[in-house]
Design a protein around this ligand. Structure first.
Ligand code: ADP
Ligand code: MG
Length: 245
């Protein structure tokens, strides 16, 4: 029996007259790392944002932990506590120290005591290699450090699913590795992860499944070894030859 934590069924989404997601169906098993790739504008972010209801699909179903999250009466805040997003541009709270960035939601949303949140927060900062930056403000950190704070902040919610939307594409090249290393370690820790990235080598290494999107369609889904060695669709072949050349 499979243990699907997320089941996307025939999801559709449009912005005005623009159809951004067309009949998307996919599954994520608990503990899997699932990666969405595809050209810019293909709908990757929108799909990811639908998973934790930052966007609301117009059609189809999203079943999360056995529950239809598009059904009336679902509390969006509850879903967002369990499926936490890491954004391309970090989106840290600029007026808070690094430690407060990490402890804010656990305290305010989850009602943790400051003591408890601080302890957990410091442990998470140590895990991403930033124990010594707890009292620093985000503006004093490099992009790579800021993104590692953002990852620690997301993990401080102890989510069931971590959603990462191009977590390294706003970084200077020399900082990409330090962030990918942190994500790789998380991936190996067994947390369920849905990742959008253009880092193909990384995607091949960490993913259990690759989904290739183009023009709002999920064109092709395959395990990474298969996908990268033998992409079936012409569109995936074209995309890979462009991005890998
Ligand atoms: P990707 O992440 O693959 O680059 P997106 O999901 O961001 O693609 O966007 C898919 C399409 O939807 C693009 O054409 C984009 O311009 C459009 N789009 C995304 N968000 C919005 C929005 N809030 N309002 C209008 N159009 C949007
Ligand atoms: Mg995007």
């Amino acid at each position: 029996m499979t243990d699907n934590i997320i089941q996307v069924e025939h999801v559709a989404k449009h912005f005005g007259s623009l159809e951004v997601l067309k009949d998307i169906s996919l599954e994520v098993e608990r503990g899997q790392v699932v990666t969405i790739i595809g050209p810019s504008g293909s709908g990757k972010s929108t799909l990811l944002r639908c998973l934790n209801l930052l966007e609301k699909p117009d059609g189809g179903k999203i079943i999360f932990e056995g529950q239809d999250i598009l059904a009336p009466g679902i509390k969006i805040a509850d879903i967002r506590k369990k499926e936490v997003m890491v954004f391309q541009h970090f989106n840290l709270f600029k007026n808070m120290t690094v430690l407060r960035n990490v402890t804010y939601a656990p305290m305010v949303v989850n009602g943790k005591s400051r003591e408890e949140a601080d302890k957990d927060g410091r442990e998470l900062l140590a895990k991403v290699g930033l124990a010594d930056k707890a009292g620093e403000y985000p503006s004093r950190l490099s992009g790579g450090q800021q993104q590692r704070v953002a990852i620690a902040r997301a993990m401080a919610m102890h989510p069931d699913v971590l959603l990462l939307d191009e977590p390294t594409s706003a970084l200077d090249p020399e900082m990409v590795k330090e962030v990918l290393d942190v994500i790789r370690e998380l991936a190996q820790s067994g947390i369920t992860m849905v990742l959008v990235t253009h880092e193909m080598g990384f995607a091949r290494d960490v993913s259990d499944m690759i989904h290739f999107m183009d023009g709002g369609y999920l064109v092709e889904s395959a395990p990474p070894t298969e996908f990268f060695a033998h992409p079936k669709s012409e569109r995936a072949q074209k995309f890979l030859s462009k991005i890998l050349s």
